[in-house]
Design a protein around this ligand. Structure first.
Ligand code: PMP
Length: 335
């Protein structure tokens, strides 16, 4: 029988598929690892499971414990999913700019939500970071996963994502490309692929223009629209020694590729996925990668979380991306 005993068993082992259209003019094979096949819909299911396993083993998380984390997105879904299966409460703090639909998703999984003012900076006691810290310390049984510092984030990708890519490509992968948020994905997966290939696999980071990882100086760090990637500080989960190169992408090019992946490749994915593919193509072009190269790009989540933004033509036009709408939408036929 192939009936899974519970949803956690379905985390990982996501498929790889070759890109056939957006890669026009590129000789190398570009394959994407589609993480929306995870039960919670993103790569973050992997870290949630490992962080909770490790906290149970260390005793930081006891039966009936409460998981508290400042997160509005994929990490919250992953944690809520694993937590409900094991009888833990989850409390997520999030700034009031987070859309109602994202709040609804977390509540649907059984999480409790504390909404904080967006204009409260990280040092403000009302900020979602500080409220989470306070709740984790004062609630009996409180446990704070802290995905930016927790070594189990990268460890989960070292143990699962890396080996899956090596096996699925029969060890023929030559390049691995992933966006950098906490840095867990690229550091863990990249470390495994380098070790198993005797350093032959090149690891390429993808970063939004304005983020610290690809900014020439702190003066170049600024806001951007791509979600889930980039930072304005260096988290412990990111191991800078693993990446061979970082290719930055601006919001426009990331969103154009995100829309093209949906309309040309049938891949409805998020903006950080479009960004990663844009980086991979740019890297392949710059370095003249040939037919012998196999580039694997990780696509972290589904486009369903971005229907109100990247896939909403009005939002796109209002934010200066009107040309992308024109380039990727067929006219509606009104009878
Ligand atoms: N894309 C999305 C949509 C994400 O939520 C994240 C996680 N913040 C990433 C990419 C980057 O992954 P990581 O934190 O492992 O660097």
């Amino acid at each position: 029988m192939t009936i899974a005993n519970n949803l956690s068993e379905l985390i990982g082992n996501t498929p790889l598929v070759k890109l056939n259209h957006v890669t026009e003019g590129i000789k190398a094979t570009i394959a994407v690892k589609v993480e929306y096949f995870n039960p919670g819909g993103s790569s973050k299911d992997r870290i949630a499971e490992r962080i909770i396993d490790a906290a149970e083993r260390s005793g930081e998380l006891q039966p009936g414990g409460v998981i508290v984390e400042p997160t509005s997105g994929n990490t919250g879904v992953g944690l809520a999913l694993v937590a409900q299966q094991r009888g833990y409460r989850t409390i997520f703090t999030l700034p009031d700019k987070v859309s109602e639909s994202k709040r609804a998703v977390l509540r649907a999984y059984g999480a409790e939500i504390v909404v904080t003012p967006t204009d409260a900076g990280p040092d403000d006691p009302r900020s979602y970071y500080q409220v989470a810290e306070r709740l984790a310390k004062t609630i009996p049984g409180g446990f704070r996963p802290n995905q930016y510092d927790n070594p189990n984030g990268p460890a989960s990708h070292y143990a699962t994502t890396g080996p899956e890519i090596w096996k699925a490509t029969d060890g023929k992968v030559t390049h691995f490309v992933a966006g950098i948020g906490t840095g867990g994905t690229i550091s863990g997966t990249g470390r495994y692929l380098k070790e198993v290939s005797d350093g032959k696999v090149k690891v390429i980071g993808s970063d939004p223009e304005g983020s610290i990882y690809s900014a020439p100086s702190m003066a170049d760090v600024h806001q951007y629209d791509i979600e889930g990637v980039g930072e304005d500080f260096y988290p412990k989960a990111f191991d800078r020694t693993i990446t061979d190169d970082i290719v930055k992408v601006n919001d426009h090019d990331a969103f154009l590729m995100t829309r093209r992946l949906a309309s040309e490749e049938g891949l409805l994915v998020g903006g950080s996925s479009g960004m990663a593919v844009a980086s991979a193509i740019e890297y392949a072009r710059r370095n003249n990668l040939d037919e012998n190269q196999l580039v694997v790009v990780l696509l972290p989540d589904s486009g369903r979380s971005y229907l109100e933004k990247i896939f909403n033509d009005d939002w796109m036009r209002a934010h200066g991306y009107g040309d992308i709408v024109e380039a990727t939408t067929r006219p509606s036929l009104v009878a």
